[in-house]
Design a protein around this ligand. Structure first.
Ligand code: CP
Length: 345
């Protein structure tokens, strides 16, 4: 394994230089995507935006046989033996952090979960100094969740060439492995992307998941992607992403094959964007009665964590059309696929 690059050889990233080395400074504009190497292969996984369809399809195809390993029907694979994967979660997580850990262990990696609340970040150490120190412990892969959009890009541009960075969610920018596991789930139940109507419902404005889903769906050839929500929770000019906009949920759900619900991201909202959670549920909550407007075989998805009675009724969340828990299980295989591809398998 080669040694980390000396600090003097590193170029400051293009974009917001104020962020470099200073913890907690919000990066407004994500940096240019450096996730493909000179051969057009994945070096890092930072965002789905700009990834070619072949790479998305290859990840989904690679994940398929891993489902047996993920479900423990087959023993561990040695694809990451001798590699160290560092989970760096600067924001809370249940599904992503745990499934990355399971995935890395199924591939025989050594997994280290840095406890941010007891790390030297609390003593003022900068993000990049933390990364340098973990690199000096021979890290091979960083899985990073951070409240600032662009944090994973910043790290990817900073680390030595042999280290891979996976974005596990940055601000409201991207959550690529969630987008990919959602695509895996849709392909599992619906087979063909090119005949589907997919409706994404809720707080698109603050959702990194929605952005990753939209980029993945349009890249994979879904002919109609709809976003449904109140004006205050949809980004300005969202239709430029190739989606149809609906403010009337009943209209937007009509004949949909896939309904993807989103949580209200209260932690990222500034000011009052909604009258109340109860009012929101009345208009945009997914109830059995509203779901009946979609196709009878429509599937209901949610990235979690769910807020029952806010964006989704329990009768739907626990109902026969929900595939919310299978999404979580597929996440293990998809994360195994991403890590093994990054490691050059
Ligand atoms: N979907 C998702 O990112 O869930 P967690 O926040 O639990 O990781």
């Amino acid at each position: 394994m080669s040694a980390p690059k000396p600090a003097a050889s590193r170029q400051p990233p293009r974009g917001d230089k104020k962020h470099l080395g200073r913890p907690g400074v919000f990066l407004e504009t994500p940096l240019r995507n450096p996730q493909l190497n000179g051969h057009g292969e994945l070096q890092h996984l930072l965002t789905i935006e700009g990834l070619p369809r072949e790479i998305l399809t290859r990840i989904l195809d690679t994940a398929a046989p891993f489902t047996e390993v993920a479900e423990r029907e087959v023993k561990k694979l040695p694809l990451l033996r001798g590699k160290s994967v560092f989970n760096l979660f600067f924001e809370p997580s249940t599904r992503t952090r745990t499934t990355f850990e399971i995935a890395a262990k199924r591939l025989s990696a050594d997994v280290l979960n840095l406890n941010i609340s007891t790390s030297s970040q609390t003593k003022g150490e900068s993000l990049l100094d933390t990364i340098d120190n973990l690199s000096a412990m021979h890290a091979d892969m960083f899985v990073v969740r951070h409240a600032s959009s662009g944090a994973a890009h910043l790290i990817a541009q900073h680390v030595a060439d042999h280290i891979h960075v996976i974005n596990a969610g940055d601000g409201r920018h991207a959550h690529p492995t969630q987008g990919l596991l959602d695509m895996y789930t849709i392909r599992h139940y619906k087979r063909d992307f090119t005949r589907l109507v997919v409706a994404i419902v809720g707080d698109v404005l603050h959702s990194r998941v929605a952005r990753s889903q939209i980029h993945a769906l349009t890249t994979l050839g879904v002919p109609e992607v709809r976003v449904i929500g109140p004006k205050t929770l949809l980004p300005a000019q969202v239709e430029r992403l190739g989606v149809r906009v609906f403010h009337d949920m009943r209209e937007g759900l009509r004949d949909a094959d896939v309904v993807m619900m989103l949580r209200l991201q209260n932690e990222r909202m500034q000011g009052s964007l909604l009258p109340s959670a109860q009012e929101y549920f009345k208009v945009f909550g997914l109830t059995p009665e509203k779901l009946a407007l979609a196709r009878p075989d429509a599937i209901v998805m949610h990235p979690g964590p769910m807020n029952r009675g806010v964006e989704i009724d329990s009768a739907v969340a626990d109902g026969p059309q929900a595939v919310i828990l299978p999404q979580v299980t597929f996440g293990i295989a998809v994360r195994m696929a991403v890590m093994s591809m990054l490691a050059g398998n």
